[in-house]
Design a protein around this ligand. Structure first.
Ligand SMILES: Cc1cc2nc3c(=O)[nH]c(=O)nc-3n(C[C@H](O)[C@H](O)[C@H](O)COP(=O)(O)OP(=O)(O)OC[C@H]3O[C@@H](n4cnc5c(N)ncnc54)[C@H](O)[C@@H]3O)c2cc1C
Length: 496
């Protein structure tokens, strides 16, 4: 079957999700006559957070042919080699750990790490803290960048930090310069035909915007996929307690490290995102355990501000996902499609995957159900796998100081997949095999699961750890350290 004619696409929403989707779909189909129109309210703002990415954002810019020189300076962007988790465990020696984006050097060190982790899971007193074994951890700690000397083609993969407003504006200008039409209009109503398909967006002032495919990027409002079409929303609230965030910027840091900070707080955690012009801070918390006022006070205190110095901004989070991202001629992308809390900064990652996988499925079968159902199942599986990994951070926390952390540690609302992963860990099964078995689309590699559990020091109690039995050898940590130190010598310190 020949590929169907590209649809005329109407994207509702000009936040990061709207412009990413518009850029990707126009890039895919613009040369074949595909038209993209973005309808964005001049009155309703964007959410304006979401300043950390996975390496998928780099892949997207590479795919679009946009260089770092073009976009990074325009968006105050910095490199991100991973996330440093601090205060999630009270176990001595495990107060903090780094979750790295992997790279080719780690192919050589990861087996040694996994070997020691397995020994430690069985109670052997061997070094098994993740920070020692991965190049990205060493680079981030040393304040080095992700760009290696040309003679060393083994750089880790990396993501970015960026200003969300500036990223949207950059992508808008890039898209409009290539023929995407930008309509500053507020949608008042969605016209749905008797066949259940979206016919048009009815806008303030009487304008009626028609198209073949409507992409709902209207944020938590979910104007088309939720309000108009009544798409079923599957909440994650039982598994993930956090439902609010409070954000406040601080000055640019001088001791720059290319990492997101994720610091445990009384009733949640706060991010620390270094940009070239300022630092982004936000406390993600559960309203059941702390009031907005107390959360703001805790955040301000932790970043060295007083109530007189700053005006914190409060956000509500709708945590869960649509059962179907694609229904009829409507595709939901971004916050309208779903949101897992931002601990691993995966939201834009899913937006990019949604646009690219939708394009594949549409080319294979147009608006028929065959490829749409597979697409929906894959996107849903991706959300659920990411959700499990994030829930694991809370369920496995090694803190006991507040009710929030104690309740998270006692949370029994776990999926079968996550239960199986925890069982695999505690019964010394192979985590890679369990991951492949539980997740049709494993969103996280075995390395990430090992780093999470080992990073918290989830081993037998310290007083039960014993010397290695005779004949069993631990991995050569000194050798790994030497390899990583020599590798790190190929990277320069970042200078923003
Ligand atoms: C606390 C928090 C932290 C986050 N951190 C991260 C992170 O680190 N990394 C990450 O990848 N993601 C993160 N996210 C998610 C990220 O912010 C979003 O995925 C991203 O910004 C995309 O948002 P959006 O475009 O879907 O929605 P929005 O930015 O809310 O945009 C919605 C758009 O729809 C338009 N609109 C709405 N209704 C109408 C209407 N009736 N008519 C016309 N236009 C309309 C608005 O004008 C706006 O342009 C975070 C989210 C939260 C809440």
């Amino acid at each position: 079957m020949s590929a169907p004619t590209p649809p005329h696409i109407v994207v509702l929403g000009g936040g990061s999700a709207g412009w990413i989707t518009a850029c990707l779909l126009h890039h895919r189909w613009g040369a074949r006559g595909g038209r993209v129109t973005v309808v964005e309210s001049p009155d309703i703002g964007i959410i304006g957070v979401g300043e950390g990415s996975t390496p998928q954002l780099k892949a997207m810019f590479d795919h679009l042919g946009i260089t770092e020189a073009e976009w990074m300076a325009a968006c105050d962007a910095t490199y991100k080699l991973g996330i440093r988790f601090s205060g999630w465990s009270e176990r001595a020696g495990f107060e903090s750990y780094f979750h790295p984006f992997p790279g080719p050097v780690d192919l050589h060190t990861e087996p040694a790490f996994t070997h020691n982790v397995m020994l430690a899971r069985r109670g052997a007193d061997v070094p098994a803290h993740p920070d020692d074994w991965f190049l990205a951890s060493v680079l981030a700690e040393a304040g080095k960048g992700s760009q290696a000397a040309e003679s060393f083609p083994f750089a880790p993969s990396y993501g970015y930090h960026f200003d969300a407003y500036k990223l949207g504006a950059f992508l808008r200008d890039w898209a409009v310069a290539r023929g995407v039409v930008h309509r500053p209009l507020t949608v008042e109503q969605v016209e749905v035909g008797e066949d259940g398909e979206v016919a048009a967006l009815l806008c303030e002032g009487g304008e009626r915007v028609t198209g073949d495919l409507f992409v709902d990027c209207s944020g938590f409002r979910a104007v088309i996929a939720g309000d108009a079409l009544g798409g079923e929303f599957l909440p994650f609230a039982d598994n993930l307690f956090n439902d609010r965030a409070v954000v406040v910027p601080t000055a640019r840091v001088t001791d720059f490290k290319p990492q997101t900070g994720a610091v445990a707080m009384q009733a949640g955690w706060r991010w620390h995102i270094p940009l070239t012009t300022r630092t982004g801070n936000g406390y993600v918390y559960s309203s059941k355990y702390i009031s907005d006022e107390d959360a703001a006070a805790e955040l301000l205190g932790s970043v060295g501000l007083s109530e007189d110095d700053a005006e914190p901004r409060f956000l509500r989070m709708k945590v869960g996902r649509m059962r179907e991202s694609w229904r009829g001629n409507c595709l939901a992308a971004g916050l309208s499609q779903g949101f897992i809390e931002p601990l691993e900064a995966t939201a834009l990652h899913i937006v990019i995957a949604t646009a690219l996988e939708f394009a594949e499925a549409y080319e294979a079968g147009g608006f028929t159900a065959q490829h749409r159902d597979t697409f929906n199942a894959n996107i849903g599986a991706r959300y659920d796998a990411i959700c499990d990994y994030i829930v694991a951070h809370y369920r496995m926390n090694q803190r006991s100081d507040t009710q929030y952390w104690r309740d998270n540690a006692a949370n029994q609302h776990l999926t079968d997949g996550l239960k199986a992963m925890l069982t695999a860990w505690f019964t010394h099964q192979d985590i890679a095999a369990a991951n492949a078995q539980q997740y049709r689309i494993p969103a996280y590699a075995p390395m990430s699961w090992h780093v999470l559990f080992a990073g918290y020091g989830t081993f037998p109690p310290a007083d039960r750890m014993q010397a290695l039995p005779q004949g069993v050898q631990a991995a050569d940590l000194d050798g790994v350290r030497e390899l990583l130190a020599k590798s790190a010598g190929n990277f320069a310190a970042v200078d923003w």
